[in-house]
Design a protein around this ligand. Sequence first.
Ligand code: MTE
Ligand code: MOS
Length: 777
Amino acid sequence: MNSNTQHVSPANSSVMGKPHFHESARAQVSGSAVYIDDISELKDTLYAAPIMSRVAHGRIKNIDVNPALRIPGVKGVVLSSDIGGDKYLANFTHDEPILAIDHVYHVGQVIGLVVADSVMGARSAAKLVQCEIEPLPPILNVKESLKAKSFVLPPVHVKRGDALEAIKASEVTISGNLEIGGQEHFYLESQIAYAIPLEQSQWLVHSSTQHPGEVQHWVAHALGVDLNAVRVECKRMGGGFGGKETQGGHLAVWASLAALKFKCPVKMRLDRDEDFLITGKRHPFYYEYKVGFDKSGLIKGLELMLASNCGFSADLSGPVSDRAVFHVDNAYFLENVSISSYRCKTNTQSHTAFRGFGGPQGMILIEHIMGEIARQLDLDPLEVRRVNLYQPSSTGKRCVTHYQMTVEDNILEPLINTLAQSSDYAKRRKEIAQWNASNSLIKRGIALTPVKFGISFTATLFNQAGALVNVYTDGSVQINHGGTEMGQGLHTKVAQIVAGELGLPLDQVRVTATDTSKVPNASATAASSGFDLNGRAAQYAARQIKNNLAAFVSGLDECGAGAVVFEDSLIKTPHKNRAFKEVVQLAYANRIQLWSDGFYRTPKIHYDKTTLTGRPFYYFTYGAACTEVAVDTLTGESRVIAVDILQDVGRSINPAIDLGQIEGGFIQGMGWLTNEELVWNEQGALSTHAPSTYKIPTSGDTPQHFVINLWPEPNQEDNVFGSKAVGEPPFMLSISVFEALKEAVSAGLEDKVMQKKRINLSAPATAERILRAMQAF
Ligand code: MTE
Ligand code: MOS
């Protein structure tokens, strides 16, 4: 049996492709699931709390820690001067001090740590530290940083055809700008790490991180030890959403440095306000655009400027901004396009990965432009979207992206048509127009928008994964893989694939905590690729064990190994069925290896990071949403009334979990575009740093009509089980909310005989902004 070919054995129908519970759902709802703050603490454990800058930009003149040291239980402080080796984090761009050195770059930046024998003691003492900082002029928004050419990384330009000429030659042209706000991750478990010094300069770090391998690297670098001296473990996160892709590492490094200085285990957890003030968020974006099109709405030429607010350091801003550039086409063929992407440096938190990783910020621009074109021409926006869609690659026309990748697996047109029918889009649009014509208080809007999201890390090297599968002599199975569990159900899916391969019930297979000592050099669990990568690696490991067992029983029964079948807890040959457990015991007695590793790397992908061209993605995940909203013209308040979604997940390995990802992703995106408003004041301090002022959606915001269907076809590329990645793509279906809101606002403007054609609404579309947009004349 060749372990590298798909479908070598029939899927075990009782496990794979079935809606199983999340493997820790019961433990989570009953409170027995362990998060880092629940781990029993070792004797002598100390607690660290951050000393934060109150100034957005300035030079540190003096730090007086004495008031903190006088608090009973305080053991001391850790400042940059305590760091013996490199004072910068060992990240890619090497531009971020572990603790502020002689300057501060944003309000909330961590200047030092207070270490005490109680959490509250450390926190209250940290507030007493007196930092004398000479203020310097800060840059607080993207427009100022564009003017000052203040960037964290150089600008990137991508071009195809001659946009300028094409725009000039177009029948109609419009230009405009758009502003889209950031988003706080609001994981339920805030950032936390627990660093434990072991014997002989070795370390164990419990970290709430999407990337234990990088935490291991950062901690080893900061402590000046080799990677083999640091073991990082992550059982689960209480949500990550991209916020723990890099920024969980800071906590781990801080806790480790404190543990080094005080020679004790140290735990550090941010409270909610600290987490808001210290950690980066989704990048806010500012855009300018110019578009030329014909009377059917077909785009002829397009000039785009994307400016991302990256904060004070690069963090993941390079790849996030790249992904925005890769997704400005969304579902549409852009023949003549010129894109400039500026990675703006500002004196705020360092913005980071967040579900979609820049993709949403790319797509929302082209969807906004589609809406604007339609209103300009008085067309149905869905018709404008349709004429611009990528064509099937079989036509050989209009099927190559602006980064030179052919869209081979295009299902956009049939998917949109199916959803338009099932949601009754055309009829409802007419009814809404009638409603709006006769109701002046409540205006309604509807929009149907597609998503095409590229799957793979754009940095090709990250598209690799490893797994370890152990079969014990009682027939029970343990899996370890490089992916991390943040609630998305990765471990459940990986257990399903291994149980399915071995023909075992799901409860005979366990996934253990992610651990850098079991599977080394693992990539971040991100880019929605967790199951694609780790699921395949685990599948290959299971197949290796299957090969060993099949060879063994085929020897006993004198048949070909290919005739051996694993199902229903049995291992079957043409001559005999034996219990899996019985074969395992026999095999053990015959010294057959009962465990294996597995390794997978994604095929076909490549790309040139200087020109951003090539095939950065193995395949695309598609989807579409039809959303109806209502807006109160007196208050600006809005509600999402009805949502119909058709999402492509390939062949679903677990439809229950996939549905959960679609619902959660959509609602989270809806929050980004409606209620979740980050407000930095004129001094650069984030005013909305707690749930009292920052509002995420609640269960009451769930649309009353919320219908989700899955596209019935498997992945056209050879991906594990024929599935597709699902973690991020549904987030971008929420753009339909923003588009529907603008349709409703446009109806509100119409009453006032204003130019309903151009809608000046930025996101989040809060009540205030909607009201302002409706009064914009
Ligand atoms: N779902 C839950 N419940 N919690 C999370 O933190 N993170 C999202 C998504 N779904 C997240 C989630 C993000 S940002 C990504 S990249 C993917 O899950 C990562 O997991 P996957 O690759 O296994 O899909
Ligand atoms: Mo997800 S933003 O790729 O962690």
